[in-house]
Design a protein around this ligand. Structure first.
Ligand code: PMP
Length: 356
């Protein structure tokens, strides 16, 4: 029975990737070994790592100034590694809710993390505009897509000479971006990229290699990861392999096509929510809406639990909103196709009619 997976993360992966991954777990490249039991220094895995890094470069047109790394762990690890590596005097943080809040908290362990713009005054329902980024900041940090609140930057702030750092955990590979705008991008694998376990980092090489503001262990030093070609320690082989397969899937489809599909899928769901008598989108301002995580509410909260149950009976999985914000959330990552979104809308529509 087909399930429609709307989980926010770990999240849906392309069916073809899951099949290839399963095959690789049983017998990797006809080697008679599982991809889960090969050395991260074997030639087979070296190929997977090198190709994954190359595919990221190709898909995102990463300029020569930047390095592509896979580092074990999630985006959370980079909340700490970024200030360790780069926070000397002061860093400027844009607070769009939970994930940027956490990044601020981690940075404060190392120095002055100043919130220079925030949407806390309206429950993080919008993306702050017209910011003044202090030009003496070591870097400016933002969360490009807030997975929990369902907001997304459509344009990134102009930071002048201040290096821009972005947590793209939940919208990397969902659209084309200009990598040159960023000094560092980080993203856990678990959404548009692959199985959880590794994280992608795209980093300006020169910036990474600058003198550190403090002594840090090698494993937390971006420059050391560059020097060791992303295998400073044991790589998360299975997770990186899943990324490799997904990157091939992305490259074959093309990012421009994926971007158009993502616009169409989100437009379809928001159109239903905007016109529904029972449901309403949490984020009202269209310019703030996430195309990846559509957060919505039911106008009669007494029906929330029944609606979740109804959705489940119709093979819809993972639309319960994040625990601190409630409501519903449908995550429309790359691997969710239009047919899946149409199914969700049909089910919500039929629930609406039954409860009219
Ligand atoms: N940033 C964002 C935007 C996220 O959505 C998440 C996880 N959902 C994280 C950071 C944390 O990622 P991880 O748990 O893999 O460290």
């Amino acid at each position: 029975m087909k399930k429609y997976n709307f989980y926010a993360g770990p999240a849906i992966l392309p069916a073809a990737v899951i099949e290839q991954l399963a095959q690789g777990v049983l017998n990797f490249n006809g080697s008679g070994l599982s991809v889960a039991e090969i050395s991260h220094r074997s030639s087979d895995f070296t190929h997977v790592m090198q190709e994954s890094r190359r595919l990221v470069r190709e898909i995102l047109q990463v300029p020569d100034t930047h390095e592509v790394l896979f580092i074990t762990g999630g985006s959370t690890h980079h909340f700490a590694m970024i200030p360790m590596n780069f926070l000397a005097k002061k860093a400027a943080y844009i607070n769009t809710g939970h994930w940027s809040n956490k990044a601020v908290e981690y940075a404060q362990c190392y120095g002055n993390a100043e919130i220079v713009a925030s949407s806390q005054d309206a429950q993080f329902s919008y993306i702050p505009q017209n910011m003044n980024i202090p030009q003496d900041a070591d870097y400016c940090y933002l969360t490009s897509n807030n997975t929990i609140y369902g907001t997304q930057f459509q344009q990134y702030p102009a930071c002048g000479a201040v290096p821009l750092v972005a947590d793209m955990c939940s919208d990397i590979f969902s659209k084309r971006i200009d990598v040159a705008q960023f000094a560092l991008i980080h993203a856990s694998a678990q959404k548009n990229l692959g199985a959880a376990g590794t994280s992608l980092v795209i980093i300006d090489r020169e910036w990474a290699q600058r003198n550190k503001p403090r002594p840090i262990p090698e494993i937390f030093d971006y420059a050391a990861h560059i020097a060791k070609a992303s295998v400073l320690n044991t790589a998360a082989v299975l997770s990186v392999y899943s990324c490799y397969l997904t990157l091939q899937w992305i490259a074959a489809r093309g990012l421009a096509v994926i971007e158009q599909d993502n616009i169409a899928k989100a437009a379809y769901l928001y159109h239903f929510l905007d016109n529904s008598s029972l449901f309403t989108p949490r984020i009202q301002g269209k310019e703030n809406r996430s195309l990846m995580n559509v957060v919505f509410d039911i106008k009669n909260p007494d029906l929330e639990a029944t609606c979740l149950q109804y959705a489940q009976q119709h093979d819809i999985v993972g639309i319960k909103g994040y625990k601190t914000v409630g409501g519903f959330r449908a995550s429309l990552y790359n691997a969710m196709d239009m047919e899946g979104v149409q199914h969700l809308v049909e089910v919500l529509q039929s629930f609406e009619q039954k409860n009219a």
